[in-house]
Design a protein around this ligand. Structure first.
Ligand code: SF4
Length: 347
């Protein structure tokens, strides 16, 4: 991995932020692309935000990207582009928690702070047979203290890297390689056949289902989009006019709502996509339907929206669920350029 043995705190920070909630195989391409576009933190700080979000597209959890931009600007403007070099200062940066602060402090500055990520929780729980839930306050404290005791004070960076690699390659979540493991003589989970049950988690995530119907309202070769600014999922990404429904009802109900909102004007042609698109977020399951609306005038109710050329849609950041539709749709909308063409209304 390009970030292995890396000493530049900017690159370590970037890789850690990208790898939160993202698999290494997926994160690698994003990391390389970010480094290529923004070789230093000042390049990132001075970049157009739209461009940064576009590069982040597909990684999800966009609050990470917002914090990345905010922290880069702060370091560029307030700290002359120099990444802070103490654990406390690093921890104070936006979007950085104890785990990332320990990783940066130990890898970049060889400071004695133990990382406690999912790998470390798993290894410690299994080797020491700890049954305290890893998502409880008491459990977290116990694991953090034990990790600090075990840390190699001389080589904290190497130790942290080694334990994380061990968790990723040997003591894996499923089917760990116990037979060849150097700890099998001491490992309590192995001796007591508790590998499947450790580590323990207390809470199960509650999932909420949400149902959206997006309207791709197009007049000639332009289509209405807007940036999501509300404190909700997908903040700062773009979207088409959307109706949120309370349950999984037919799109006709959403069409009626769109008509009432003035998004579907007299004489418009409607085309409903048959597929329900789905996206799983940490706490939410999103279900979305898509309706194309070919209008012979720009609906006045959408005057606050940006009307962008259909061919330029690719340069805007959209939620994955919309990108999935745009990629799968045979109808790119680019052939609907001559209006009026009142062909009636179809669903
Ligand atoms: S023996 Fe198995 S469970 Fe124990 S540390 Fe090794 S790989 Fe993990």
């Amino acid at each position: 991995m390009p970030w292995k043995e890396e000493k530049d705190p900017y690159k370590i920070w970037l890789s850690e932020i990208i790898l939160q909630q993202t698999r290494v195989e997926q994160g690698l391409a994003y990391y390389n692309s970010f480094i290529q576009h923004f070789p230093t933190i000042s390049h990132l700080a001075l970049a157009e935000e739209k461009k940064v979000f576009k590069l982040w597209e597909g990684l999800g959890y966009y609050s990470r990207c917002r914090n990345l931009i905010a922290t880069a600007k702060y370091i560029h403007q307030e700290l002359k582009g120099i990444f802070p070099g103490t654990y406390e200062e690093i921890l104070n940066l936006k979007g950085i928690g104890p785990y990332t602060a320990s990783a940066i402090a130990s890898f970049a500055f060889n400071l004695p702070f133990a990382v406690v990520d999912g790998n470390v929780f798993r290894i410690l729980a299994r080797v020491f047979g700890i049954t305290d839930p890893i998502d409880s306050t008491a459990g977290r404290k116990k694991f953090t203290q034990l990790a600090a005791q075990l840390l190699d004070q001389e080589r904290p960076g190497k130790y942290n890297q080694a334990i994380m690699d061990f968790g990723a390659t040997v003591c894996k979540p499923a089917a760990p390689l116990c037979f060849d493991c150097i700890f099998k003589k001491y490992c309590i989970a192995y001796a007591e056949n508790k590998i499947e049950t450790l580590p323990v988690k207390e809470k199960k995530l509650k999932q909420r289902n949400r149902f959206f119907c997006f309207f791709l309202v197009q007049h000639q070769n332009k289509i209405a989009i807007r940036e999501r600014t509300e404190k909700d999922i997908w903040r700062h990404l773009h979207e088409f006019p959307v109706v949120e429904l309370t349950e999984n009802t037919a799109p006709e109900q959403a069409v009626n709502a769109a008509r009432n909102l003035g998004w579907v004007t007299e004489g418009a042609t409607l085309k409903t996509d048959d597929t329900t698109y789905r996206q799983k977020l940490t706490h939410q399951n999103i279900h979305a339907r898509m309706v194309r609306v070919y209008a012979d005038q720009k609906p006045p109710a959408l005057k606050t929206y940006d009307w962008v050329p259909v061919k330029d849609l690719k340069s805007y950041s959209f939620p994955k669920i919309i990108n999935d539709f745009l990629e799968n749709s045979n109808d790119t909308g680019q052939n609907h350029t001559s209006y009026p063409e009142k062909t009636g209304t179809q669903h």
